[in-house]
Design a protein around this ligand. Structure first.
Ligand SMILES: Cc1cn([C@H]2C[C@H](O)[C@@H](COP(=O)(O)OP(=O)(O)O[C@H]3O[C@H](C)C(=O)[C@H](O)[C@H]3O)O2)c(=O)[nH]c1=O
Length: 328
């Protein structure tokens, strides 16, 4: 089996590359990544010389290069993680989000369609559904209407629609997965959990947007990898699968827990101006993928403790990503 993993130098894609190399020594794994600010190959130092691991530095928007790669390698499957992923950046500079997330996805779909593949998995996000009321019991299901709030989530929703259209029009064997907020090793310091850990370790103020009561559903990245693996092997073509941790937490609770676990001071918390268009609550119903046999293995407290421990032991990871003032 020859699998192309796009965005394999990023956080989730990178963990997925390691997971696949570990679990399937007979598969040929191709990691394609543009190595933007969010990409980092240090995480694959241990597998760099494996015979079944191949790295290609390329941008998915480069149609000629992507076509020639597909012609040459004739992949069986594509697992597409490559994306601009940070909501705050999309508010500052939306264009690259449309270019990478929408046009880049289209290039991959065209190239995959051109050679004919067994599976194309598009890794998407629960943010395409918009947000929920804080005090409701409602969850996002796969049939919840798409109603993205940010330029980032709009670009992901657009690419989801494109992927679905290639299934309907060309019968490309696709799946779309929509995950909730991931946490775990190798996440970029711009995201809430590593950002908070880095700030506490350096005794710097932690910016909490708005009233801090926004809720996210936290999913350990290893649980996410297992879910994508399952969809790769068992997913029914054309279907969308939600993947959530069943772990709703407010931002202020997350920040306070991290401070407590690191013996820091609550005085580090600084409420700052809210994110524009800030989604209030995400909560996801994962019962469809549960029926395929998946459930999250990580209990949040244990997962968070292990994650903090990893960042404490790997503070070098922050070095190139955070300046001396603690800013990304
Ligand atoms: C960086 C930062 C964030 N926040 C708040 C904003 C959010 O309510 C929450 C998490 O923010 P973060 O930017 O880490 O993640 P989301 O905006 O929820 O989006 C993430 O999870 C989804 C599923 C994806 O699809 C995105 O790609 C991924 O970035 O903490 C703060 O209060 N302060 C901060 O400094």
């Amino acid at each position: 089996m020859k699998i192309l993993i796009t965005g394999g130098a990023g956080f989730i894609g990178g963990n997925f590359v390691s997971y696949m190399i570990d679990k399937y020594p007979t598969y040929e794994i191709y990691n394609l990544d543009a190595l933007t600010y969010a990409g980092d190959l240090a995480k694959h130092e241990a597998i760099r010389n494996y015979k079944n691991y191949h790295f290609i530095k390329e941008n998915i928007v480069n149609r000629a290069a992507i076509y020639s790669l597909f012609q040459q390698e004739r992949f069986d499957c594509v697992v597409h993680f490559a994306a601009e992923s940070h909501v705050d950046r999309s508010i500052e500079d939306p264009e690259v989000f449309t270019r990478t997330n929408v046009l880049g996805t289209q290039v991959l779909l065209d190239a995959a369609n051109d050679i004919g593949i067994k599976k194309f998995i598009h890794i998407s996000t629960d943010e395409v559904y918009g947000d929920l009321e804080l005090d409701s019991n409602t969850l996002f299901t796969e049939t919840t209407p798409i109603q993205p709030s940010s330029p980032y989530s709009a670009s992901k929703a657009s690419s989801d629609l494109l992927v679905h259209s290639y299934y309907r029009t060309y019968h490309l064997p696709v799946n779309i997965t929509r995950c909730s907020n991931n946490y775990g090793p190798y996440q970029h310091a711009e995201k809430l959990i590593p950002l908070t850990i880095s700030k506490v370790l350096n005794k710097q103020k932690i910016p909490v947007y708005g009233d801090g009561k926004n809720v996210r559903d936290w999913l350990h990245v290893y649980d996410h990898c297992a879910a994508v693996d399952l969809v790769l092997h068992e997913g029914v073509n054309g279907e969308v699968y939600n993947i959530g941790g069943n772990n709703e937490k407010s931002n202020i609770d997350i920040v306070s827990s991290i401070i407590e676990m690191l013996d820091g001071s609550l005085d580090l918390i600084e409420y700052v101006t809210d994110r524009l268009g800030h989604d209030r609550r995400y909560a996801i119903d994962s019962s469809k993928i549960s029926k395929l046999g998946w459930k999250p293995m990580y209990k949040f407290n244990t997962g968070l403790e292990k994650t903090i421990d990893w960042y404490v032991r790997n503070q070098n990871f922050f070095k190139e990503k955070v300046n001396e003032n603690g800013n990304v």
